[in-house]
Design a protein around this ligand. Structure first.
Ligand code: GAL
Length: 437
């Protein structure tokens, strides 16, 4: 069972470890329960269902709407309130700020988008803000449908707290084939050396290699975790969270040097651009490439953009940097029954196979209908099963939210100051506060 081994490594990344995986696997029913969609539920359901997310861009919004459509067909009497909030620092920064205010103020949305791993567990489950979903996992057969490693990321002490709707890969370089074609380049760079040699050739033609954002935090942190993964290698990167690697490591420092160099080949006005402005730069031919997660695949689809190629981000072949979006049931919601039906849909094969082909991600379930997925996604499904799995920092899987915020802020500031030693020291200080080495 090679999948179990790689997914255990994903667990180790987020500090859960193989014991938790075994626990999650042991909880599985002996006979596979059929995966139930929402179809059998009472059509008489009424009232509202408020779904909170930061999905407002092309691709993600299409995936969300595809799930809403299924829900509305099953429960025509329920009014869905789409409480999506765009923009902000970090991935979903504005949404997360509003979410925090509402959760702490006793006004939780019926269900909200939350990253599997440390974000779900440390921010919400441990704080006792979420209902335990063990019964739903049993009745829907999810202990069999999801890989044990994914279940463990949704769980704390053997109790499940949310339903994963996808798996995203965050270490991908996307490139505009027409712009690369202008310098006779027909493949993505496999290493950072190759990246800069392509970047130099493009620069000579006045084409920026990199889409970049300098306004708000998060995008730069995403670039940095990709560089650090390549520079430290899989074990070194994993060690940042287990304590085996020090954040003071010279390779972290050299990752800052690489990011600094990348800025020399970025779109010149990046200081004014926010996260959402980066994908369009490649589509519009204003930047040749973008190191981003595979929501970019969903975005390209939504724009009917086809002149693109991809590869694992430089130096990260064989590693799948992963994150997962999920939905849960906050304590004290107004429309609990409607949420349960929403969660059933999120975890169902029908829901995941409607959502993910548009979102750009792959399903969290093991039984996807492959015919619904594009060639990028088929490769991602295969890579997720065979690659080493590491967790993303920026997207909530690997590290707790307080550290993610500090990390994002340090790296965003660095993009302005370009002070390698100063930024490295600040990151080391933040890591210490978070209990890392
Ligand atoms: C990630 C999220 C993705 C996508 C992305 C866009 O954090 O998991 O689903 O929304 O942000 O910035």
């Amino acid at each position: 069972m090679k999948n179990t081994i790689t997914r255990r490594k994903f667990l180790a990344t987020v500090g859960l470890g193989a014991g938790a995986a075994a626990l999650a696997a042991c909880g599985a029913p002996t006979a596979a329960a059929p995966a139930k969609g929402p179809a059998g539920a009472p059509a008489t359901a009424s009232g509202k269902l408020e779904i909170f997310s930061w999905w407002t861009n092309g691709g993600e919004v299409d995936g969300l709407n595809a799930m809403y459509d299924i829900y509305k067909k099953s429960y025509p009497g329920v009014e869905i309130i789409n409480a999506a909030i765009a923009g902000g620092s970090g991935a979903g920064g504005n949404a997360k700020a509003v979410l925090k205010t509402r959760m702490l103020g006793g006004d939780p949305p019926d269900s909200f988008q939350v990253h599997l791993g440390r974000e779900l567990i440390d921010t919400w489950a441990v704080a006792d803000k979420m209902e335990n979903l063990n019964d739903l996992y049993k009745s829907e057969g999810w202990n069999d449908s999801f890989p044990p490693g994914v279940i463990a990321l949704a769980s704390d002490k053997g109790n499940a707290y949310s339903v994963p709707v996808n798996i995203h890969r965050s270490n991908v370089i996307w490139y505009n084939t027409k712009l690369f074609g202008q310098i006779g380049q027909n493949a993505a760079p496999a290493t950072w050396d190759e990246y800069f040699s392509i970047a130099e050739k493009l620069k000579a033609k006045g084409i920026p290699m990199a889409a970049m954002s300098g306004s708000g935090a998060g995008f730069q942190g995403h670039e940095f975790e990709n560089i650090a993964l390549a520079t430290l290698g899989y074990d070194g990167y994993m060690g940042l969270f287990s304590g085996a690697t020090s954040w003071g490591d010279a390779k972290i420092k050299s990752s800052f040097e690489t990011l600094k160099k990348m800025l020399d080949y970025s779109v010149p006005n990046y200081a004014a651009l926010d996260w959402g402005a980066t994908d369009p730069l490649v589509v519009e031919g204003k930047a040749a490439s973008d190191i981003m997660g595979d929501w970019t695949n969903g975005f390209y689809k939504s724009k009917n953009f086809t002149d693109w190629g991809w590869a694992p981000a430089p130096g990260t072949k064989g590693i799948f940097l992963a994150l997962s979006d999920s939905f849960g049931l906050p304590k004290g919601v107004k429309n609990k029954d409607n949420v349960i039906n929403w969660l059933k849909l999120c975890g169902s094969k029908a829901g995941q196979d409607a959502f993910n082909p548009l979102k750009g991600s792959i399903p969290a379930r093991k039984d996807a209908d492959l015919s619904k997925y594009d060639s990028y996604q088929k490769q991602a499904i295969s890579d997720f099963a065979t690659n080493k799995i590491a967790g993303s920092i920026v997207h909530g899987a690997a590290a707790k939210e307080s550290f993610v915020n500090d990390y994002n802020n340090v790296i965003a500031e660095f993009v302005t100051t370009k002070d390698v030693a100063g930024a490295h020291q600040k990151l080391v200080d933040a890591a210490k506060v978070a209990g890392y080495k």
